[in-house]
Design a protein around this ligand. Structure first.
Ligand code: G3H
Length: 530
C-alpha cells in the first residue's frame, strides 16, 4: 500500500493553529485561561510521519460544568423561561438565524472535518450540507406539527388543546464519526422544541464546532445553548449527579450511556435518546445478484473506513456462492484508493484514533490464530495512521472479530448453509439496528423479511445499511438504541404532550374565545404558521 501523499492543496493547509480559548455559557463566550488540551490530527504534513497539531481546547473542570448546568437551568427556569414559553414562530426565527450564519462557515468546518476525523472531501461536504438540510427539514416538520396542533378536540364534553411541550435541560453528547451531523441531529430538535442544552463536543472532531460558536451565541437567547470543552467524565459526571438533567441525548456506546444514566439520582425522571453500537450483518442468498451485492457490501463495510454505526460489520454469504463472492469482493477491496481526505478519489483515509490500527491488527491476529485467512493482497498492510482493510475468511463464532464492533477497516466473512444460522446469531446478538438482505426469490425472501423486521429495525433489500434519508425512522433494538430519531420522530423524542382541557360550558367557552381573540397565550392558538 502506498502512503498518502503529503502535498496539501493551499486551501487545506494548516497555516494558523486554532486556539479555542472560550466556551459558551449564559450567552457569553467566556475567556479561559486555565489548562488546555492540544488537538492533533493523525494526518502528517511532512514526509517523515508526524501527527499535525491543529490547535487547543480548554480543559474545563467541574466548576465550569456546573456553571453550564446553572445557565441551562436558568434559561429553562422550570418551564417559565423565555425560550420554553416563546411563540413557535419566534423559536423558528432563531433557528433560521442560526442556519443562515452556519452556512457561511461551510469551508472552515469542512476543512476541519477532514483534518480532525480524516473524512474525505466529498463526505465532509456531504456531512455539512446534510446537516443544513436537516435543520431546514426540522423547521418545516415543526411548522407542520404546530399546524396539526392548532385546534381543539372534544370528547365526553371536554375540550382539549393538545400540543407538544419541552422537557427541560438536555445534556447532548455526540460521536467522532459524525461530529457535526449526528450531534446536530440531537441538538437541533432538542432546541426547537423549547429545551435548553449543554453540549460537549466529541473528543475527536471538536475544533470544527469553533466556527459555529458565535452563530450559537447570536441566534439563541442566553443560556439556551451552552458549549463546554474537556473530558466527558469530568464534565458529564457532576452534571448527571446533580439530578437536574431531564434528557440524556447521546450517540456513542452503551457503556458510557449506562454509566451516565446510573449517575442520575432519579432514574425515573431521566429520558434517554440514544444511538448506540451495532453489528449490522449482510446476508447474501444463493440467488443474489453478486455484482450488486459486492458493490453494496464494499460501500456498506468501508464507507468512512467502516467507522459508521450503520456499517456492515459481518458478511454472511451462502456456501454455494461464497468462493465467487470472496474472489470478487477481495479484488474490489484492493482497488480502493487510500489517501489523505482531499486527494481525488480517496475512499480510504487515515484513521483518527491513534490506537485503532493496533486494535484492528489484534482482531486480525486473533482470527488468523483461530483459522481465518486474509483473502486480499493488501489486507493488513499498515502505515502510521492506517491499516488496509483485511477480508477475513472463514470467520467463526469464537473469533473476536465476529463479536466485537470493529468500527474500522476489517471485514469478517462467514459462510452459512442454513438460513437459520445467521438468524440465530442475530437473535443472540446484543445488537439490533439493521440488516442488508441480498436475494431475489420472493418465496425465500418473504418469511425471512417477516422474521428480520422483528430482529432489527430496518431491513435493506439489496442495498447496504444507512441512516438516511433522514425522514425515515432511525432506531435499533437491544443495545443499539433508545428512542427513535428522524426529522419528525426527533421532535417527539425531545418533547412531551401537554394540554389545556376545559369542560364545554358557556363560562369556559367564553374564556377560551377571549384567549384566542386576544392572542395573549403562546400555547393556546389556532393560528397557522405557513
Ligand atoms: O454512525 C452512524 C450514523 O448514523 C450512520 O449514518 O448511515 O448516514 O452513514 P449513515
Amino acid at each position: 500500500m502506498s502512503k498518502a501523499k503529503v502535498e496539501i492543496p493551499n486551501d487545506y493547509k494548516i497555516t494558523d493553529l486554532l486556539h479555542q480559548s472560550t466556551y459558551l455559557v449564559d450567552g457569553e463566550l467566556k475567556q479561559w485561561s486555565g489548562d488546555t488540551t492540544e488537538v492533533y490530527s493523525t494526518i502528517s504534513s511532512t514526509e517523515t510521519y508526524k501527527p499535525t497539531l491543529l490547535g487547543t481546547i480548554p480543559t474545563l473542570g467541574e466548576t465550569e460544568a456546573m456553571e453550564a448546568l446553572k445557565s441551562a437551568e436558568k434559561a429553562y427556569d422550570k418551564g417559565q423561561g423565555l425560550w420554553p414559553t416563546m411563540k413557535v414562530e419566534d423559536r423558528i426565527a432563531c433557528m433560521e438565524t442560526f442556519v443562515e450564519q452556519m452556512k457561511t462557515k461551510r469551508d472552515e468546518v469542512v476543512k476541519l472535518l477532514m483534518w480532525e476525523i480524516g473524512k474525505n472531501l466529498p463526505d465532509s461536504e456531504k456531512e455539512f450540507d446534510r446537516t443544513v438540510d436537516y435543520i431546514y427539514d426540522t423547521i418545516e416538520a415543526y411548522k407542520q406539527l404546530d399546524r396539526d396542533s392548532a385546534k381543539f378536540e372534544k370528547h365526553a364534553g371536554v375540550y382539549a388543546h393538545i400540543r407538544r411541550g419541552p422537557l427541560g435541560v438536555i445534556l447532548c453528547l455526540g460521536p467522532y464519526n459524525y461530529p457535526l451531523n449526528e450531534t446536530f441531529a440531537l441538538l437541533i430538535p432538542a432546541l426547537i422544541m423549547g429545551n435548553t442544552t449543554i453540549f460537549k463536543p466529541a473528543k475527536i472532531g471538536v475544533l470544527l464546532i469553533s466556527p459555529l460558536l458565535e452563530a450559537f451565541q447570536n441566534s439563541f437567547p442566553k443560556g439556551v445553548v451552552n458549549i463546554v470543552y474537556g473530558r466527558g467524565r469530568v464534565l458529564a459526571t457532576p452534571i448527571m449527579k446533580s439530578g437536574k438533567v431531564d434528557v440524556l441525548a447521546l450517540i456513542g456506546n452503551s457503556k458510557s450511556a449506562n454509566a451516565l444514566q446510573a449517575q442520575h439520582p432519579k432514574g425515573n425522571r431521566l429520558r434517554m435518546v440514544l444511538g448506540l453500537e451495532a453489528k449490522n450483518p449482510a446476508i447474501v442468498l444463493p440467488d443474489a445478484d453478486l455484482d450488486l451485492a459486492v458493490e453494496e457490501c464494499i460501500s456498506g463495510t468501508l464507507s468512512f473506513n467502516g467507522q459508521r454505526c450503520t456499517a456492515l460489520k459481518v458478511l454472511y454469504v451462502h456456501e454455494s456462492i461464497v468462493e465467487e463472492f470472496n474472489r470478487r469482493f477481495a479484488y474490489k477491496v484492493d482497488q480502493l484508493k487510500f489517501g489523505n481526505p482531499w486527494e481525488n478519489g480517496a475512499k480510504l483515509t487515515p484513521l483518527p484514533e491513534v490506537d485503532k490500527p493496533a486494535y484492528i491488527q489484534e482482531l486480525i491476529d486473533d482470527a488468523k490464530d483461530k483459522g481465518a485467512s486474509i483473502l486480499n493482497k493488501k489486507g493488513g498492510e499498515t502505515t502510521e495512521n492506517f491499516i488496509f482493510p483485511a477480508v477475513l475468511f472463514p470467520v467463526t463464532k469464537d473469533m473476536r472479530v465476529f463479536k466485537e464492533e470493529q468500527f474500522g477497516p476489517v471485514i469478517p466473512v462467514v459462510s452459512f448453509s442454513d438460513i437459520e444460522e445467521p438468524l440465530d446469531d442475530m437473535a443472540e446478538s446484543d445488537y439490533g439496528q439493521q440488516v442488508s438482505l441480498f436475494g431475489k426469490n420472493v418465496t425465500t425472501l418473504s418469511p425471512l423479511i417477516d422474521t428480520l423486521v422483528n430482529l432489527v429495525c430496518r431491513v435493506n433489500l439489496n442495498s447496504s445499511c444507512q441512516r438516511g434519508p433522514d425522514v425515515y425512522p432511525f432506531t435499533g433494538r437491544k443495545d443499539s438504541a433508545v428512542g427513535t430519531l428522524s426529522v419528525t420522530d426527533a421532535l417527539r423524542s425531545f418533547s412531551i404532550r401537554t394540554f389545556v382541557a376545559s369542560k364545554d360550558n358557556d363560562y369556559n367557552n367564553a374564556i377560551l374565545n377571549e384567549l384566542l381573540d386576544e392572542k395573549a397565550s403562546n400555547f393556546i392558538s389556532t393560528d397557522y404558521i405557513l
